[in-house]
Design a protein around this ligand. Structure first.
Ligand code: HEM
Length: 265
């Protein structure tokens, strides 16, 4: 570690900082899902899903739609937890079997999340605007493609490629979480929903809905390139981007806890 140059240390430090902030924010997301949807579902209070603002949520008489919605939201907590577990190096080293099983669980549930999400949006018709529906449908397609590639490389034992596609899958699966954090970060910084509409069709909404997965994927590519590169300039630039991303993520997580999740618990 001491042989690392300053830009290398900065890159490592900034990536650990971002991941730590994101991990805390995702754990809070999991906690919210269990405390809000988990408790209501376990006690049979399905109509209570709508105690928070939703597009559809529980619809009386729509049994299939309600079951798909319940499976989708409850498994969101499992996929988020398994995704986080995959990225903790100590878990990977100490319990490789756990890493393999949580990895398989993550991949299978990620497929289910994408397919059930598409079903909710297209068949049940749960979307706010066409542009936001298109954005999340592209997110779903990316999840399906990335899972297939990560899986294929793992089976063929091409572990470096597997790792890269698995990281991309993590970013795409986290798109829904990034969207909430991005919306709340923007609202907190601007002290209001600047450029946003109720239908999620304002200019900021469009940037955030597509950016919720495209920006994290771009930052991931930058990080991978900086790690491979000998350029101290690229490493320093990427460390700065990651530090700014950590700050924005922290603001967004704070906003999500204060305004999106906390008030409904
Ligand atoms: C893979 C990661 C995903 C996670 C972690 C996730 C998580 C969630 C959560 C927590 C909810 C409950 C809404 C809330 O409390 O705000 C939800 C609802 C929903 N999700 Fe997902 N989701 C994912 C992917 C998708 C995808 C890819 C689509 C669409 C293609 C989608 C479409 C929907 C729809 C339509 C609802 C219902 C919203 C409503 O009735 O108001 N989800 N999702």
């Amino acid at each position: 570690m001491s042989s690392l140059s300053f830009p290398q240390k900065a890159l490592r430090g900034a990536s650990v900082l971002w991941f730590t902030v994101a991990a805390v924010g995702q754990m809070v997301f999991i906690g919210f899902i269990l405390a809000f949807y988990g408790v209501r579902t376990a006690t049979g209070n399905f109509a209570g899903w709508n105690d928070k603002p939703l597009i559809d949520g529980y619809i009386q008489g729509d049994n299939l739609g309600n079951v798909v919605f319940a499976a989708h939201v409850l498994l969101a907590s499992v996929v988020t937890l398994c995704g986080l577990m995959q990225l903790v190096p100590a878990l990977r080293r100490k319990w490789p079997r756990l890493h393999r099983w949580s990895g398989r669980t993550f991949m299978v549930i990620a497929l289910f999340m994408a397919l059930s999400g598409v079903w909710l949006a297209v068949v049940r018709g749960t979307y706010l605007s066409v542009i936001s529906a298109v954005a999340i449908l592209i997110n779903a397609v990316l999840i399906l493609v990335f899972v297939a590639l990560a899986w294929r490389h793992a089976i063929k034992r091409r572990f470096e490629q597997h790792r890269r596609w698995a990281m991309r899958t993590f970013m795409a699966v986290s798109g829904v979480w990034f969207l909430r954090v991005g919306i709340m970060g923007w609202i907190v910084i601007n002290r209001g929903p600047v450029g946003m509409t109720d239908k999620m069709s304002g200019p900021t909404d469009i940037v955030l809905t597509f950016g919720s997965y495209l920006i994290p994927l771009a930052v991931l590519e930058l990080y991978e390139a900086a790690q491979r590169s000998d350029s101290n300039g690229l490493k320093s630039l990427t460390a700065t981007v990651l530090a700014l991303a950590a700050a924005f993520t922290a603001i967004g997580v704070f906003g999500a806890i204060a305004f999106l999740w906390g008030p409904y618990l």
